[in-house]
Design a binder for this molecule. Structure first.
Ligand SMILES: [Fe+2]
Ligand SMILES: [Fe+2]
Length: 482
């Protein structure tokens, strides 16, 4: 076997030597049927006997780790894959900086570490649940395949977190692993742990916005955990990040193809005004102001995932060496942050103002600022497509105080530019900022399936290149059951 190769001989593919670890192997084998039950109940609705052209990891080598082939989703080889161990890795930050990275759970931080793993783990099945109805309205087989690829990989990310729980946290880890299969996105009694993961993903524009904005929060959290002094968590997250990149690609290119199609249709019809919504909609495409409203919604819901502006949990996790900053290993400072400050926006006497806070307390906002910068890159690419097609419209991310449910700005209402507005104004202007009932009805009316190879729904352009360099007429899904 080559370095990083995955053992596919047993029931559970892995590169962690499960064969020599009977206790954990047994625990995972016991958990496996419950996972399959969850997949059957809460995974993609329909298409479970269809053949999907999926990639499966055959190695964790950054290059050439995936093999593409037709797979039925329930037969996808979920497993436990960790990035290779770096010899002599040191804890890169916090009070233990420079000590050897932990290969076992440090007793004093056990509870904190378990909570970090459980919260990350909970988001993975949640997004599969949120997206489970989308297959039947896929705008093409190409898009359907991408949806299912994202879904099976989120399932694998759940496996990754469950492995850590089973291997390193004994009986309470086993309980948490069970609970991850019990909670349900949007269930009033047993919801998923974080707000954005209990929202609906009702249509494909939402799906692309979710994978662009919310999977990108996943990327930031995984980047921060990949720095962890607890080496098994670091290695787990490093491999998850290679899969995560595809999810954000799906979101970014999905929105690109939507705005491209809209602008092309407008040009062909001689419509210059992007706000002439009625005329644009008659072309069977999604008007740009509605795309903007969906971005406003998914962006603001995702910001809530970064937590409170001032956070002792974040400070403690950094101090302990469990959760670092985005690209901690490339930053040039003391990596301890016991002194120093970070500037962030707060609500002070009813107004939004900048304030310097102790650097450790502001870590959530630092990660969020890095997120916003990262999210803006793709938005710039969307705007380039719009500008190149000559339509006077620019997609903008709203102010961080807009439409918030967590943190200081949850107490106020703000418009897209961050001006504080009254409750009455908010109620009056809400549908100027966020999708209205009739926007949603319009989008829903467009969600007609297109299951013929090489064909695409009216509202989305074909991709520039196929997955795995396949030609445009490639049959990405062989539908057996719709
Ligand atoms: Fe994930
Ligand atoms: Fe993801």
């Amino acid at each position: 076997m080559t370095i990083g190769a995955v053992d596919y001989d047993g029931l559970i593919p892995n590169n962690v030597g499960l064969g020599q670890d009977p206790r954990v192997k047994r625990a995972l084998e016991k958990w496996h049927p419950g996972y399959l039950d969850w997949w059957n109940d809460m995974g993609p609705e329909g298409f479970q006997s269809s053949l999907i052209y999926l990639r499966t990891a055959v190695s964790v080598d950054p290059k050439g780790w995936a093999k593409f082939d037709y797979v039925k989703m329930p037969e996808y080889r979920w497993g436990v894959l960790l990035a290779p161990q770096h010899a002599d890795r040191k804890i890169p930050f916090g009070t233990h900086k420079g000590e050897a990275a932990w290969q076992e759970v440090p007793g004093e931080y056990r509870a904190m570490l378990r909570r970090l793993v459980v919260i990350q783990g909970d988001t993975e099945p949640a997004s599969v649940e949120q997206q489970r109805h989308l297959g039947k309205t896929a705008p093409s087989l190409y898009d359907m395949r991408n949806l299912f690829q994202v879904n099976v990989e989120e399932g694998r990310h759940l496996w990754a977190m469950v492995y850590l729980l089973q291997k390193y946290f004994g009986a309470d880890g086993r309980e948490e692993a069970e609970a991850l299969l019990q909670r349900r996105s949007g269930d009033p009694d047993t919801p998923r742990m974080l707000g954005a993961f209990n929202e609906k993903t009702p249509d494909w524009l939402s799906f692309f916005m979710f994978t662009y904005f919310t999977d990108r929060d996943g990327k930031m959290q995984l980047e921060a955990l990949a720095q962890s002094g607890f080496d098994p968590l670091s290695r787990t997250c490093r491999f998850m990040l290679t899969e995560e990149a595809h999810h954000m690609f799906v979101g970014e290119t999905g929105v690109t193809r939507i705005v491209q199609r809209t602008c092309e249709a407008m040009r062909a019809a001689g419509i210059d005004d992007p706000y002439d919504i009625e005329k644009v909609r008659k072309l069977g495409v999604i008007d740009l102001p509605t795309v903007q409203k969906k971005a406003n919604m998914h962006f603001s819901l995702t910001l809530d995932l970064f937590g409170n502006e001032i956070s002792t949990n974040a400070a403690n996790a950094f101090h302990a060496g469990l959760k670092g900053r985005y690209r901690e290993d490339r930053l040039k400072d003391d990596h301890q942050l016991e002194s120093g400050t970070y500037p962030l926006l707060r609500l002070i006497d009813g107004a939004i103002k900048n304030e310097d806070v102790p650097a450790l307390s502001g870590l959530n906002m630092r990660l969020r600022d890095d997120y916003v910068a990262d999210a803006n890159i793709g938005v710039g690419r969307w705007n380039k497509v719009i500008a190149d097609l000559g339509i006077p419209f620019e997609i903008k991310l709203p102010h961080v105080a807009f439409h918030r449910h967590i943190g200081e700005f949850s107490e106020i209402h703000a418009d897209l530019d961050g001006n504080v507005i009254s409750d009455a104004d908010w109620t009056k202007r809400r549908t100027e900022f966020l999708p209205s009932e009739s926007d949603r009805d319009f989008i829903e009316s467009l969600m007609q399936p297109q299951f013929e190879p090489a064909k695409f729904a009216s509202w989305i352009a074909p991709p520039r290149v196929g997955i795995d360099n396949k030609p445009g007429d490639f049959e990405y899904v062989k539908i057996v059951d719709a």
